[in-house]
Design a protein around this ligand. Sequence first.
Ligand code: BES
Ligand code: MN
Ligand code: ZN
Length: 496
Amino acid sequence: MQITFSTATLPKSGAVIIPLFEDGKKSKAFTDINTATDGGLERAIKAAEYKAKKGSILEIVAPAGLDNGRAILIGAGASKDFSALDAESLGGSAIGKILSTREKTAIFALSGFTTKKLDAADLAAHVAHGARMKTYRFDKYRTKEEKTDKSALTKIAVHSATTKAKTVYATLDKIGDGIFLTRDLVSEPANVLYPESFAKRCNELVKLGVKIKVLNEPEMKKLGMGALLGVGQGSVRDSKIVAMEWLGGKKGEAPVAFVGKGVTFDTGGISLKPGLGMGDMKWDMGGAGAVTGAMAAIAGRKAKANVIGVIGLVENMPDGNAQRPGDVVKSMSGQTIEVLNTDAEGRLVLADALWWTQETYKPAAVIDLATLTGAIIVALANEFGGMFTKDDKLAKQLGDAAETSGDLLWRMPLTKNHDDMIKSDIADMQNIGGKGAGSSTAAAFLGRFIKKDVPWAHLDIAGMAWNEKDKPTIPKGGSGFGVRLLDEYVRANFEG
Ligand code: BES
Ligand code: MN
Ligand code: ZN
């Protein structure tokens, strides 16, 4: 997709998009086009009783007086609290409409479309970013699609009174690349994306200045990673850990570490999952996907911070050699775990990945992301990621980053009582709790692999990694949730 910014007059072909506040005065772009169409916009608004509610669209095909194929009015809601995220939703919603037409060019007519809260350059850049995010499509396996079934859109032209938008957009473009990488990884089927091929994909980040380290099974065995290796034991695919290092900050300054669950397919193992919906478990590497995309974003925009991304990659399969319910494994930390359910595998992978990350990098803070429990979807649906931390400062930082980025989080309980629920009769702990609070007992389990005084938060993104239905800036499928959150968290707290 080609994206341009211009202050010149509007192109004469393509779909021209005109945003409109429901309360405020009309923009210069609106007035100009209304004049060019001899009052056509106002007539259409009246005829359709159009109120310019947030995201609502009024399409005028072949408007008289213009050569453009369409004029599309899009509602921006109330002007006074119009934010950067609103600008993105507006851009995405308008593009969503155009993707179902045969238009080749989308023109955002933003001249004079201003609001108090948001600088005109920021506004234009965020409109463009939202628009691009909506154009994502994972179509590499469609071999028989008719050309006419695909969108014809190749160009997004943003016309606003500022050229500074280009500079602002350059950063958003890098973050967008990270989001697209995460969506690609999450969408990929498990016969294509497995630990080894995932590790290879991480090499794409080398050109951004990221250093890649890969741990193979013999090294992990030597390090004593019995918890992670136990999960991968039933798979013909070798397990891996990949570390991605971006050192853009002060030399010697302790990094922040992101750790992702990368179960490239989760059958449940011997505690086999039911068949219905099992295909969803190709995206059980969503945490690892988010960490990888975030590293691409952070390195891509050359963040002045030291950031480490670590992903634990395994495939959880039933097999003659698979681990059994009741097996006891020893983790790298030395703690033993009774594996009562082989489907509670993500925490086993993270146990060793978290411990190794702390031993290797002595991070200033650790944040893990994982599609860890179905229970978090029961609690929060597809509205929020669950945030578990005992550190109020970190909770505030992540909460703020969530609000700014739009990757929303809701803080969940994590107490000593949850930790008591994973006591084992024969080992240091068991990998499942009792009947209730499944997401909190999972978090408590992870907490046992965090060293004393290391600020740590666990983000359960099982409800967020995959989008069941279209949203303004996210088409159905892999969402890229977490990329902007982590990027924003780094920007706000580590780039002083
Ligand atoms: N990968 C699943 C969690 C999951 C469920 C992610 C639905 C995305 C959508 C995880 O490994 C799992 O199986 N968790 C079990 C834990 C239970 C056995 C304690 C669950 O949530 O049922
Ligand atoms: Mn599982
Ligand atoms: Zn899983």
